[in-house]
Write a protein that binds this ligand. Sequence first.
Ligand code: ADP
Ligand code: MG
Length: 279
Amino acid sequence: MTQPIVLKIGGNDIDNPDFLAGLAAYTACLDVPAIIVHGGGKEIGALQARMGIEPRWVDGLRVTDEETLAVVEMVLCGRVNKRLVRQLVAAGIEAEGLSGADRGLLRACQLHNSQGDLGRVGEVTGVRGGVLLDMLARGITPVIAPLALGDDGEMYNVNADHAAAAIAQAVGARQIVFLTNVSAVLVDDVPQSFISEGEAQRLIDNGTIFGGMIPKVKTALHAVTLGIPQAVITDLPGLQGQAGTVFYSQQQDQQQETTINQGVFWPTASAQTGAGVAY
Ligand code: ADP
Ligand code: MG
């Protein structure tokens, strides 16, 4: 089977019908098998507001007390996951939704952060990659809500960027795409086609990279050190047009110093393929 890609779908556009239709059409024509992992931060925040819960963040990660965990589970495993699955199935994709708890797909322990207590936020400790590869081999596109099962039998909220990277590593993905609502990492409004680790830390320290972009950039950098050849931060038009911020392993950086875009793998969505992909 062709090495899969992992598509992480951010939460900002996941309730936008035009975005969903575009994503479904793109995914239906992909020439590689895909695993989809999604967030849903905006809708979690909206439901929290309706329930009178004040969202709190540490280092770009959602602090998750018991009440917040209930909201996260309802929104991600319920509404968002099923909306995504519905759209993909309607486009002819054999999409199947599952959370990290289903079949023990994602295992986690509590994530500790030096900047504060995150509550029930998990760090992925194990991924049943074989379950996902079996699904792909049967032509199924897994659509994963990033909650994970703890050794204590409890559910943990996992940042979707973190979950996507752990999954990409477990299945030997050739690329991880962080599909978000910005075309790239921006510095003074200029999209960056490449960012080194040192530069990323400087941009985080001086506040140029903030909020949800912090875990995304850190995870993209970490992903390439885990052996995933390439990580990309982009939006849907960027993915369709093959543009965004691309991260490679350090070794490749040096080799490709002057021609950084050479050898970039981009999945292509072939119009002729139509809905459904034969793996
Ligand atoms: P997602 O749901 O895709 O994970 P997030 O809201 O968590 O999205 O993170 C993306 C957001 O990060 C952008 O919408 C933007 O507001 C913010 N952001 C912070 N720093 C940057 C930056 N330097 N370049 C682009 N976006 C940034
Ligand atoms: Mg985010």
